[in-house]
Design a protein around this ligand. Structure first.
Ligand SMILES: Cc1cc2nc3c(=O)[nH]c(=O)nc-3n(C[C@H](O)[C@H](O)[C@H](O)COP(=O)(O)OP(=O)(O)OC[C@H]3O[C@@H](n4cnc5c(N)ncnc54)[C@H](O)[C@@H]3O)c2cc1C
Length: 537
């Protein structure tokens, strides 16, 4: 089946939906989601959205905190765009019906790690992302030019004469739908599933980055994955996120002896930047016995003046299902892969290095987060850069119009679902890949281990490629091939950066090196890794 729309948006999280609302003013929009509309990282965001709504001084402080957290690698024009556009985008969101928590009519604000003051708006306590997603979806559904398509996976981009002119979508029956568009936006979110330990839902397999790589676009900063310090650590239970806002409200980190330990690692204690807290937890857990790590706990039992069940209803309900309570128990925690700073390289308006292709939100690398994202800046990123990308798509679209109706190319049959044997082999490859990435490209990295990891990733990618030719198919096969593709780019970039900065920590190069300051890795499959400064090309 073949369709033509003006604008194709791949992804229905905060970035894709925000973009769609601007695009719909100028043409028809198809928004595609791999699962049900709400299933996305956006839906699970708990803590809130950082925004400086108190005027110039407030905005300047937000910028300062963002630059500081990014550890010398933030592309400052991107951060300026984020903090300056932010208040307008959040006001707009409230006009569309997003309800943030208020006290006596005033917006409530909380504080999270590395923020110099409380500036994080939240909704229904700890359900901020779900509320924002709900409001954006409701607004999009009211728009007659926006078509929402669920349970379809973009499996490849269509490139004609060097320009992206749409995508092939796979449905759950193995059918393929070709959608032609004047401009295509990647808003496919993160890639946490590449790691065996992650807070991300199953949809977050890095597809947009894989699609862009396959089409020949540049990706950047692929060595920078943020590991959230405090995911629930219970055997057999998913790594449920325990929001940083818990620490903002006074939660302490303690070891098995009940001793608060962060003072040994950073003066900001539990509210130090995420990478610092995450590494401190691992180090503390291994401090007595490297081979038999002790459990680390989040402890709120001494917090006074906050009704924890009311302030954190979602977290409290999840913990209750596992017999735990914030007010009465120490909660076992460990770090997990959480947010991808790297992604498809874009300018400040979502333009990738391929014409007709744009990217916004977690899938994109604008340089706004540098080497380490400031907590709660990513929902804001989705709003700000979703809107900016949409404006660029509209502005550039006349240049592209007319071409997409070109000759009717035949569409292949699409991947048929893998047979049982292939499904097992695909699942096995993915499990090995995820464990390898956690082991070799996780929180603590080191050259020899990374080289072994890179070899293993390449071997798994080879296995998947050879299977793909004859028998892989469906969503699982496509995701697996894409994950291996993304993992190879991550491995190459991590090996190339011979220093420690932000979320990228190497024990063989444990300090920052001046020659890597403001220098980003850029990767393409044809060239491999090169270094560049954003804004200078
Ligand atoms: C548990 C958790 C808590 C978080 N808490 C916060 C927080 O408090 N504050 C904050 O700022 N950030 C938080 N984050 C990060 C933030 O939620 C994300 O960075 C942000 O929501 C990403 O938005 P997005 O629109 O880029 O992608 P997403 O919201 O992940 O949306 C991606 C969309 O792309 C679709 N998709 C993926 N692949 C394909 C494909 N091949 N074809 C078609 N569609 C596809 C998915 O179905 C989905 O609709 C949290 C993240 C998690 C996981």
């Amino acid at each position: 089946m073949k369709r033509a729309v003006d604008f194709l948006v791949l992804g229905a999280g905060i970035a894709g939906l925000r973009a769609a609302l601007t695009l719909a003013k100028s043409g028809t929009v198809m928004v595609v989601a791999k699962e049900a509309g709400q299933e996305s990282n956006t839906h699970y965001a708990q803590g809130g959205i950082a925004v400086a709504m108190g005027g110039d001084e407030d905005v300047a402080l937000h910028l300062e905190d963002t630059l500081m957290a990014g550890d010398g690698l933030v592309f400052s024009p991107a951060a300026v765009a984020l903090v300056e556009d932010g208040p307008l985008r959040v006001d707009e969101l409230m006009e569309w019906g997003a309800r943030f928590d208020r006290e006596d009519g005033e917006l409530m604000r909380t504080r999270e790690g590395a923020h110099s003051l409380p500036r994080i708006l939240h909704a229904f306590g700890d359900a901020t992302g779900a509320e924002i997603g709900r409001a954006l979806r409701a607004e999009a559904l009211r728009h007659e030019r926006i078509e929402m398509v669920e349970w379809r996976m973009a499996r490849s981009l269509m490139v004609r004469d060097g320009r992206v002119v749409g995508a092939d979508l796979l449905d759950h029956d193995g059918g393929t739908h070709r959608v032609l568009a004047r401009a295509t936006l990647l808003a496919t979110g993160g890639a946490g599933q590449i790691y065996s330990e992650t807070t991300n839902p199953a949809v977050a397999t890095g597809d947009g980055i894989a699609l862009a790589l396959e089409a020949g676009a540049e990706v950047a900063d692929m060595e920078f994955y943020q590991f959230h310090p405090t995911a629930l650590n219970l055997p057999g239970v998913p790594r449920f996120l325990l929001s940083e806002a818990l620490r903002g409200e006074g939660a302490e980190l303690v070891n098995e002896a009940g001793e608060r330990f962060m003072e040994r690692y950073h003066p900001m204690l539990e509210l130090a930047p995420r990478d610092v807290v995450a590494r401190a937890i691992v180090r503390e857990s291994r401090s007595a016995d490297e081979t038999n790590p002790q459990t680390i706990y989040l402890d709120m039992r001494r917090v006074r003046g906050v009704n924890l069940r009311e302030r954190f209803p979602g977290i409290s309900a999840f913990l209750a299902r596992h017999g735990l309570s914030l007010a009465e128990d120490r909660i076992p925690v460990s770090p997990a892969a959480h947010y991808f700073m790297g992604g498809v390289r874009t300018d400040l308006h979502g333009r990738t290095t391929l014409s007709g292709l744009y990217a916004a939100g977690e899938v994109a690398a604008t340089g706004v987060h540098g080497a380490n994202r400031l907590a709660s800046n990513s929902l804001l990123e989705g709003l700000v850069f979703g809107a900016r990308a949409a404006e660029a798509m509209v502005a550039d679209a006349p240049l592209c119009s007319g071409k997409v109706d070109g000759k009717d190319e035949s569409v292949g049959q699409g991947f048929v679902e893998a047979n049982d044997g292939a499904s097992v082999r695909i699942a096995d490859c993915v499990e090995r890949l995820r464990r390898c990435m956690w082991r070799s490209f996780g929180l603590l990295r080191e050259g020899a281990g990374m080289r072994r990891g890179a070899d293993e990733v390449a071997a798994i990618a080879g296995e998947l490629e050879s299977m793909r030719a004859v028998e892989t198919g469906g969503r699982a096969g496509n995701e697996a091939v894409g994950m291996a593709r993304v993992a190879r780019a991550m491995a190459a970039s991590a090996l190339a950066r011979e220093e420690s900065r932000g979320a990228h920590f190497r024990s063989d190069f444990p300090t920052k090196r001046v020659e890597f300051a403001r220098v980003h890795t850029v990767f393409t499959e044809s060239v491999g890794v090169r270094f560049t400064s954003f804004g200078e090309e």
